[in-house]
Design a protein around this ligand. Structure first.
Ligand code: TYD
Length: 202
């Protein structure tokens, strides 16, 4: 059996990671690998209900509560979807994971970073991605790509997104082994080629 792999894709809203996930999925499938494409929040079942609250609830949500809802989704996702697939030898490509909570709830909302790291560790039972790709774009580009129709998170404003972006830059600096930073302003093809260079080196 081939070894399973867990790769996460991160970045501010509109950074282009979804396009890159799909290109990488095609690449691995052409190599004969089984790929599980998944996302947070809300991959399946209970997660879909949590996603609905997280993105559309229009009442007050405290930063702590928001963190716990993302973490609850993550615990279910790791236990019922990600871990079993990696154990079956599949390639799991996940659109957002632990670093989103560090960047959005930690840097963005101001929840204590040590607390988030500890809770992420509990939610994942210590399972870490083999590789994380962060697609970096400036916040003006992010806002322009998101457009006028915004969900609850996207409505948080440009200052919030500047903090989130800085969070991602710090994560990449702090964990250069696991995390690779890519310039999301380059063309889709150029970025895809960089992604391929990275995955061939792991
Ligand atoms: P989604 O529509 O999936 O956005 P995108 O296509 O940009 O990934 O919405 C997910 C939103 O939830 C996005 O704004 C980031 C946010 N988020 C957090 O704030 N914390 C988290 O832990 C996760 C997983 C996502």
């Amino acid at each position: 059996m081939k070894k399973g792999l867990f790769i996460t894709f991160e970045g501010v809203d509109g950074c282009g990671k979804t396009t890159q996930i799909n290109l990488l999925k095609d690449y691995y499938e052409k190599q004969g690998r089984t790929v599980l494409l998944t996302r947070e929040p809300g991959a399946k079942g209970l997660g879909v209900k949590l996603r609905e609250i997280l993105l559309n609830y229009d009442g007050e949500v405290s930063p702590n509560c928001e963190s716990f809802l993302f973490l609850a989704d993550r615990a279910q996702h790791i236990d019922t979807i990600i871990k079993p697939a990696v154990e079956r030898g599949e390639i799991v490509l996940c659109d957002r994971h632990t670093d989103s909570t560090v960047a959005y709830q930690g840097y963005g909302r101001g929840v204590d970073l040590d607390r988030i790291n500890m809770l992420n560790n509990i939610a994942t039972s210590g399972m870490k991605p083999d590789l994380t790709l962060i697609f970096d774009i400036d916040t003006d580009t992010s806002m322009a790509r998101v457009g006028k129709e915004k969900d609850r998170m996207e409505s948080a404003g440009i200052e919030f997104f500047k903090k989130v972006r800085n969070g991602y830059l710090d994560i990449a600096k702090n964990e250069p082994q696991r995390v690779k930073l890519l310039d999301g302003n380059k063309s889709i093809e150029e970025i895809h080629n960089q992604v391929l260079d990275i995955i061939k080196s792991i």
